[in-house]
Write a protein that binds this ligand. Structure first.
Ligand code: GRF
Length: 216
């Protein structure tokens, strides 16, 4: 099967990147990470990638302060050099611009640690706890020009326990993130995602609901 070429954007520790690398190495994901780009020089993600012989570069955000489009144009150039087919944001802390979105329409994924459209933005595990919701979770979605607003591909639900702290909740959500990001990439790689307005439908085989019931 064709391996979809991934370009992964990161800023930090890279546990989602690691889960994707591990699933590829286990043969569970028909994908290949052809480049990892960080906006932070000391992101642990860069080390994780290099340990697996994945090209990993730092493009300094400092040089592009106030020039977000120029920064994204550099990202596009780097991705095109490597024939990237799908861009994955994995803890990338910058807002991306139409320059990147237009180069990869409906071909950019993001993982968010809440059940969108609830709790977009930052510090969302704390926001969910403070609000007193009983369930939170995580979402993989296509990226559009808004903040965490693009069509939703897959979500996982995580119950909130009375004794949860931000750390304990974040950790349980993260475990689900590591599963659903790879599942979404796999569905994309298999050509099974069909976007109909805001809805993303899964064509053929098991539906997301089936997969969730089989693999909660
Ligand atoms: C994750 O919680 C992800 O949902 C959010 O940023 C965090 C990145 O964590 N977008 P990691 O760098 O993948 O460990």
């Amino acid at each position: 099967m064709h391996k979809v070429k991934l370009g992964v954007l990161v800023s930090g520790r890279g546990s989602n990147l690691q889960a994707i690398i591990d699933n590829i190495e286990k043969g569970l994901l028909p994908a290949e990470i052809v480049i990892v780009i960080s906006d932070q020089p000391d992101a642990y993600s860069l080390e994780r990638a290099r340990k697996h012989n994945i090209p990993a570069i730092h493009i300094s955000e400092k040089e592009y302060r106030g020039k977000r489009d120029d920064y994204d144009a550099v990202l596009v150039t780097e991705f095109q050099k490597k024939n990237v087919e799908l861009v994955c944001l994995a803890g990338f802390m910058r807002i991306i611009t139409p320059t990147l979105i237009k180069a990869y329409p409906n071909r950019i994924l993001n993982i968010h640690p809440a059940l969108l459209p609830a709790f977009p933005g930052l510090h969302v595990q704390k926001a969910a706890l403070d609000h007193g919701v009983k369930f939170s979770g995580c979402t993989v979605h296509f990226v559009d020009e808004g903040m965490d607003t693009g069509p939703i591909i897959i979500q996982a639900v995580v119950p909130i326990l009375d004794n949860d702290t931000v750390d304990s909740l974040s950790e349980r959500i993260l475990r689900q993130e590591h599963k659903i990001y790879s599942r979404a990439i796999k569905l994309y790689a298999e050509g099974r995602l069909k976007t109909d307005g805001r809805r993303v439908l899964v064509i053929g085989g098991k539906t997301i609901a089936d997969e969730f019931l089989l693999n909660p």
